[in-house]
Design a protein around this ligand. Sequence first.
Ligand SMILES: [Zn+2]
Ligand SMILES: [Zn+2]
Length: 254
Amino acid sequence: MVFFSLLFPDECRVCKVGLTGFTRVPVCERCLKAPVPIAANYFCLTCRTPFQNAFPLDESGRCRLCRSGARGFDMAYCFGAYEDTLRELIHLFKYGRIKPLARTLGAYLALALPRDQQFDVVVPMPLHWRRRWQRGFNQSELLARMIARRCAIPMVNAVRRTRATAAQAGLSNARRRENVAGAFRVKKPHTVEGRRVLLIDDVMTTGATASACALALKRGGASSVTLLALARVDRRLFEPDQLKPDQQVSQEVA
Ligand SMILES: [Zn+2]
Ligand SMILES: [Zn+2]
């Protein structure tokens, strides 16, 4: 029963439309093609966080967090908002463990690659071994493989998550950074020393986790670290007093 529904899914797991024929992913063509790039009139030049207006940005176009020097990465790029169909597809990929979705999602991730920059090595955001063991794979690693192939540079699992960090839910930006500081260690320094690293993550919430990982890579000798994420939590979508969707998101992260 389960076996058959995997091979011949009867309906799209996103929009519930009936599916016909053999498919490797239980999602219809329309849903696979639905994700769109994030759009913003105002965004930080460094971390590309979108804002409602220009007020959070200084004259150099940077947000408060980037100005404070708290960011571990040099630049961040992201494909879409962590909403709607893109979010559904990421859920199916990560929690539904539908690994062939890496192809579709990797293609979206590639659209966000900066065209004017060169990298030497692709590094996936590591999962704590326990999480990886539970899921059977690291979603960021599957995406990183796609990007490495496209850029014709090596992918290296250069960083280890030394401890499982507590859920980021309900923590302020500063507490999030404390929570993840020191949670990463470079295990193969020779693979990143003097290299321009492209760090791959699936979902970026505040960037605190990616930032901590980037700092570890810098400590390991990386000459630069650029973050490339598939989806980001778009805070413009939430009212300030309505933090629930965000909290829900933070618990899903990793
Ligand atoms: Zn569909
Ligand atoms: Zn910024």
